[in-house]
Design a protein around this ligand. Structure first.
Ligand SMILES: NC(=O)c1ccc[n+]([C@@H]2O[C@H](COP(=O)([O-])OP(=O)(O)OC[C@H]3O[C@@H](n4cnc5c(N)ncnc54)[C@H](O)[C@@H]3O)[C@@H](O)[C@H]2O)c1
Length: 277
């Protein structure tokens, strides 16, 4: 398969007001894409759109909550009406929560799964019929290293990101050969606003400042570098992209020691204090 040329392609990016989504918008503009940027943050969207228009990139913005199916399907229709077509959707919008299963209420699971998992399902379902009809398109779903392995306090997030991976890999099995490319992205910690915007349970042994400090310490990758790798994977029509040397190491460890790696990962982020400790 030849590499993809993204010039003049219509790319839709959710969660484009910040972090990886913002960097993807800037990177795709450099590739010559026409853009449709989606976020709940109207101010952040206006700011990135202004930057892009100053570089003469054609950009449509849409405030929409990806957890709301109606808003996502309306957004997709607006993109098709405005640009006449779509070629690439990157379901990137996401949030994170930290807290134990015992102490996390159901509303928190519903909130997080609504954005991280249903958001991806909505974004995929909103554009897939168009891609299949024209026999060309690309769905990129942003999972996480947490879509490959679990850590304590991260059940809602890992459940959403394992779900994104299952959904995306199934999509690949169903549509490859019909002109639709599929990519699932698994970054480790990337320096963005996600930890600052995190919901934190009272039972997390560290406070927000320590969480941000931990995330900063564990970061090997900037949003710009992550976006460049994602764009390269899109051009290569790559199914799986793992970003970060720590993520690649954990994946290798998991392959070699499938059960022990679950115990090891438990020490990776926030060690759970055992009563005997
Ligand atoms: N930063 C990391 O360490 C990391 C690691 C692995 C995976 N990821 C994933 O990368 C993606 C991007 O995260 P980021 O790190 O750039 O975070 P970020 O907080 O910098 O950006 C996330 C964006 O999503 C938007 N958003 C949140 N809820 C939304 C909703 N309901 N509808 C529409 N937009 C919404 C936010 O307003 C924000 O602009 C997420 O899916 C995240 O889970 C991030």
């Amino acid at each position: 398969m030849p590499r993809k040329n993204l010039r003049d392609q219509v790319a839709v990016v959710t969660g484009a007001a910040s972090g990886i989504g913002r960097a993807l918008a800037l990177g795709l503009a450099e590739e010559g894409c026409r853009l449709a940027l989606v976020d709940v943050d109207a101010e952040g969207l206006a700011s990135i759109a202004e930057t892009l228009r100053a570089k003469k990139t054609e950009v449509l913005t849409q405030v929409a909550d990806v957890s709301n199916a109606d808003q996502v399907f309306e957004m997709a229709q607006r993109v098709l009406d405005h640009h006449g077509e779509a070629d690439l959707v990157i379901n990137n919008a996401g949030v994170v929560h930290f807290g134990t299963i015992a102490e996390t209420d159901l509303a928190t699971y519903e909130w997080l799964l609504g954005i991280n998992l249903w958001g991806v399902i909505h974004g995929t379902k909103a554009f897939l019929p168009h891609f299949l009809e024209k026999g060309r398109g690309h769905v990129v779903n942003i999972s996480s290293l947490a879509g490959l392995l679990t850590v304590p306090y991260g059940s809602a997030y890992a459940t959403s990101k394992f779900g994104v991976r299952a959904f995306t890999e199934t999509l690949y099995q169903e549509v490859s050969g019909r002109g639709v490319d599929v990519t699932c992205v698994h970054p480790s910690v990337v320096s963005t606003n996600i930890a600052r915007a995190a919901r934190i349970g009272d039972d997390l042994p560290i406070d927000r400042a320590q969480l941000i400090e931990t995330a900063d310490r564990q970061t090997f990758t900037t949003a710009e570098k992550a976006a460049a790798k994602i764009i390269r994977a899109i051009r290569r029509r790559q199914l799986r992209l793992v970003i970060g040397p720590d993520a690649r190491l954990m994946v290798l460890l998991q392959r070699l020691l499938p059960i022990q790696s679950i115990r090891l990962a438990a020490r990776f982020v926030f060690p759970i204090e055992k009563e005997s400790d």
